[in-house]
Design a protein. Structure first.
Lengths: 314, 385, 288
């Protein structure tokens, strides 16, 4: 059977994201721009979580690789290297390269050991950032990162920042879609029963390593998007706690399809901004929302919508 | 068709737009959950009291209409992402005056966003670049350690002669910044200073204390560590048998340190900086006024008191400007005399240190506890630059 | 030399504190397969309940600790029975539920008690000094309670029918249920025991350290670290690892400082896992 390069879910996800390009024609509200920027960054990060979930691995390593991608861009900015294509490539490739030896270490672990060890990785990254002030600015981070340039033009306005984030999110979605579509059966076999897959001759480690490395690259793009949005690379942006957010985006959205991380991010980022203006109650409201969605919507937003759809059509 | 559109538009508009009085929203921002919640909630209390005072007088006149002032608070979680999102979320509600953010981390992210959105903001950051001339809408509630560290150390040395000090701070931005400023100030006074960084989230400081005491310092300074952390550090230092003076040339929070550490007998010899002269009954009366106007207790103590003058002056500037346009309010603020009914007379400062004169400098306090007896918080008048 | 002995003493007292936390965490994971993100919340809640009993109800401290244990256990029971139980087989859903609970708990405590640290002191004060070395008395009490708890938990799990039932559910839920074990009763019970342990730790340790709405956050990271090092679901492993983590943390902090010390600890754990992918005393586990 000839595989399609992309599935319908990937295409819908791309279309949903592409709508971001048209938003500036409808509104100039800074709030809308701000939320969309956060959504695009979040979608990229959540997609890296989602790739690992395809192989039944829950990863807390997203902020670790986001930091590598983000700091790559910030440090390059100090040398006035801001070219969009170059930095997109660098923020993908560097984390991916780092992921190769790290993957060799951590992919030996399965299940919750993997969860916890990736959590430790993100803690280590925080300390590495603190202990390397000459390179990363230490606890101060790197402020005043110059905006990205596309074909020599600076992309500094609100609208351009949004468009660039939108483009990055689409690129990440495209890569994620291609990867998970191409290795669909392999990933599914690993997710279903890794030991069985291995005994049937699937070289499991090869696909896991592939997934881990690409997920790391995608996280790097998220780091790029974040740094370009804030114009600052700061250690606290890549705190291990943020990994929990990205996991929540993916699970609340639904792990069954790539639409999950896209819709989940949209919903939770919107909720965060909405609840944020309730000051000290913000976290509690967010917590209640998570409890309710998990209890009411099995399979996340996408899973629930799909179930409703099936019930209507059957 | 046109009538229909107009009718729809009329329904969509908020009803207050048609009422005689209007509502003007200001923002309060800072961490309102987690370890730094106290600071963000202090910002909120400050904004609430300043707004309540104005409302009691009948509100502010904005563009010819008399408006009540309402406070919208945003939990920026002590992260740059949270703070940037907050500045945008508040701008989305047409809020241009923000009491906050608190930390250097938040402030660094708010600066460019607020400049883009035309928002005036009041930070309480200690970073060496907390204020920058290229961000003229940023104001600061109180001066950074570089302005007062030397005075506090000089006063402390009168009561507690010392030759060496160990500065214990968390390994985050505020920690490293304050440690370097304090360290330089100690050295300028002939005291050898070493810095010891602990991992954020540390709850038990016994190992760090063992390490610090191995160098036999005369004094230990908890600088800008969170009050809860500092309380544990004090408690464990005394438990380890340390008898020298303990300082806090950093943030306020001595009342909390006292509670956590177990009392005066434990603190024993202690010197600290207070952002306002806390022993002054007029300063303490702020809490009574808050209770009277808002019906519940404020959060914060010293932090709340020291954030309040900025919030009050903003309200005054807003009234004079007659608009909530951040540029116009800022212009009024810069020319306003620095004065607060509870705290006293102050000055604008920051030109020498930051290159921009938008930092409030009010009378502050230096507290001394000697042999377990509180000698009180001595009032220090602010000096013009 | 004095520092060396002091570091060892501190390491053991840190270990006792970590062991109490890690035991509950690993119990929940071993039996229910749930990674409990709310563990730090129960630690905090234990502290605040004990504090309230002492400060508002005037109870003596030991009784306050008991009330805290019962309250956190009861809340754990209710949470498991009414919320977690519905999705106990979906590990991602349970992770989200415990996360949601944690956020709600910490907001609740912040709203009720405010952001400032409480005045909550351990009734036993002072330290025993042996030359340059000191041992705080309060740490000895925590250590004694910790060792008693480990022993009691071991007895319950390995010497009673209840324990056999819990272990059978941990080993293979389907077979255990086929043999007539009732997870509807045993799961909430296991969760309640674990949250009560977190509550006990909170009630014991927060008066020694500090009590404010932020103190639950580091609990999760420590429990994580301890439990993977020990081997998930292994009681003995968690207890052993807790003392290893405590001692390594103490020595690395004393000799390398807080920041590099933490780095040393993390890297050691990472390396150990590479060579022993199931922790010190662990076995292979199900997927995420």
């Amino acid at each position: 059977m000839r595989r399609n390069l992309l599935g319908w879910a990937d295409l819908i996800a791309l279309l949903v994201l592409a709508a971001g390009f048209f938003v500036p024609m409808l509104t100039h509200s800074v709030l809308v721009y701000s939320i969309l920027n956060q959504v695009f960054t979040g979608v990229i990060a959540a997609e890296s979580v989602w790739i690992m979930l395809r192989m039944n691995l829950l990863s807390f390593a997203t902020p670790t690789f986001m930091a590598i991608g983000g700091y790559t861009v910030a440090i390059a900015g100090e040398y006035n290297v801001t070219d969009a294509f170059l930095m997109t490539a660098a923020s993908f490739i560097l984390p991916a390269l780092v992921a190769i030896p790290l993957g060799a270490l951590v992919l030996r672990l399965r299940g919750t050991y993997f969860v916890l060890v990736t959590f430790v990785l993100s803690q280590i990254m925080q300390l590495v950032l603190f202990e390397t002030p000459s390179l990363t600015g230490g606890s101060n981070g790197i402020a005043g990162v110059p905006p990205v340039t596309l074909f020599g033009t600076e992309m500094g306005t609100n609208r351009q920042v949004l468009e660039f984030a939108c483009g990055l999110a689409m690129l990440a979605t495209l890569i994620t879609g291609l990867l998970t579509r191409w290795f669909r059966q392999h990933f599914a076999a690993i997710e279903e029963n890794e030991i069985l897959a291995e005994s049937l001759g699937l070289v499991v480690w090869r696909y896991k390593a592939m997934g881990f490395v690409v997920a790391a690259g995608i996280s790097g793009l998220a780091g790029y998007s974040l740094v370009n949005m804030l114009l600052t690379a700061h250690p606290s942006s890549f705190d291990s706690g943020t990994a929990v957010d990205f996991i929540a985006y993916t699970i609340i959205g639904g792990r069954v399809s790539i639409l999950g991380p896209v819709l989940g991010t949209g919903a939770l980022v919107y909720a965060t901004n909405l609840f944020g203006t309730h000051g000290q109650y913000a976290q509690g409201l967010y917590g209640v929302l998570i409890l309710v969605v998990v209890l009411v919507a099995r399979g996340g937003i996408v899973g629930t919508v799909a179930a409703l759809w099936r019930r209507r059509t059957s | 068709m046109r009538h229909l559109l107009l009718a729809v538009a009329a329904i969509m508009l908020p009803a207050t737009a048609f009422a005689q009085s209007c509502e003007l929203k200001i923002g309060a921002m800072g961490p309102m959950s987690g370890g730094g919640a106290q600071w963000g909630l202090s910002m909120k209390s400050a904004a609430e009291l300043a707004a309540a005072e104005v409302n009691q007088q009948g509100g502010v006149k904005i563009d010819g209409k008399t408006c009540k002032v309402a406070v919208v608070s945003y939990d920026s979680k002590y992260t740059p992402d949270g703070a940037a999102a907050g500045a945008n979320a508040l701008a989305g509600q047409d809020i241009h005056l923000i009491i906050g953010p608190v930390g250097s981390v938040e402030n660094a992210a708010v600066k460019p966003v607020a400049a883009r959105n035309g928002e005036l903001a009041w930070n309480a950051a200690y970073a060496t670049n907390a204020q920058e001339p290229k961000y003229p809408l940023m104001f600061q509630v109180s001066p950074p350690p570089a302005i007062w560290a030397d005075l506090v150390i000089k006063r402390a040395m009168k009561t507690f002669p010392m030759k060496s000090v160990a500065i214990v701070v968390p390994n985050d931005q505020t920690g490293t910044d304050v440690a370097s400023v304090d360290g330089a100030a100690y050295k300028a006074n002939g005291v050898a200073a070493t810095s010891e960084f602990y991992q954020r989230g540390t709850t038990n400081f016994a190992p760090i204390i063992t390490r610090v005491l191995a160098t036999h310092p005369d004094a230990v300074d908890t600088a800008s560590s969170a009050p809860g952390d500092a309380g544990v550090i004090v408690k464990q230092l005394r438990l380890a048998g340390f008898t020298g003076p303990i300082g806090r040339v950093g943030g306020p929070g001595t009342a909390e340190i006292l509670r956590v550490s177990g009392g005066m007998d434990v603190l024993k010899d202690f010197y600290w900086y207070e952002a306002v002269p806390t022993d002054d009954p007029k300063v303490q009366a702020i809490d009574d006024e808050y209770r009277k106007l808002l019906g519940h207790d404020p959060v914060g103590g010293t932090t709340f008191w020291s954030y309040l003058p900025g919030a009050r002056m903003t309200m005054k500037a807003l009234q004079t400007a007659g608009t909530n346009d951040a540029d116009k309010v800022a212009a009024v603020l810069r020319t306003m005399p620095v004065e607060d009914p509870n705290i006293g007379k102050g000055y604008w400062t920051g030109k020498k240190y930051f290159g921009i004169q938008q930092t409030l400098f009010f009378p502050f306090g230096i507290g001394i506890i000697k042999d377990g007896k509180n000698l009180g918080v001595e009032r220090q008048e602010a000096q013009p630059e | 030399m004095a520092e060396f002995s002091q570091a060892a003493i501190i390491g053991v007292s840190l270990g006792a504190q970590y062991a109490l936390l890690a035991l509950g965490f690993t119990l929940i994971f071993g039996i229910l397969g749930v990674v409990n993100f709310a563990h730090g919340g129960f630690y905090m809640l234990g502290g605040y309940v004990a504090y309230s009993c002492v400060a508002y109800a005037g109870l003596p401290y030991p009784l306050a600790v008991l009330v805290a244990v019962i309250a956190t256990g009861a809340l754990g029971w209710i949470f498991e029975l009414y919320l977690l139980e519905r999705m106990v087989d979906d590990h991602l859903a349970t992770l989200m539920l415990t996360l949601g609970l944690y956020l709600v708990m910490s907001t609740g405590l912040l709203t009720i008690f405010g952001p400032l640290s409480m005045e909550f002191a351990f009734p036993v004060k002072g330290a025993m000094h042996l030359g340059p070395i000191y041992v705080p008395r309060e740490n000895l009490i925590v250590l004694a309670i910790c060792l008693t708890t480990i022993a009691a938990l071991w007895l319950v799990l390995y010497r009673t029918d209840l324990g056999r039932g819990l272990r059978a559910l941990a080993d293979d839920r389907a077979i255990a249920m086929a043999q007539g074990l009732r997870p509807k009763l045993l799961f909430p019970l296991a969760f309640a025991i674990a949250t009560a342990l977190a509550g006990l730790t909170g009630a014991l340790v927060t008066p020694i350290l500090s009590l404010s709405p932020g103190v639950g956050d580091p609990v999760l990271a420590t429990s994580f670290l301890t439990v993977i090092l020990g081997g998930l679901g292994s009681l003995e492993g968690a207890a052993l690892a807790a003392f290893v983590v405590g001692v390594v943390e103490a020595f690395s902090s004393v000799y390398f400082g807080g920041s590099i010390g933490a780095l040393v600890l993390f890297v050691l754990v990472l390396l150990l896992l590479v060579f022993r992918p199931t922790g010190l005393l662990g076995r292979t586990v199900r997927g995420a």
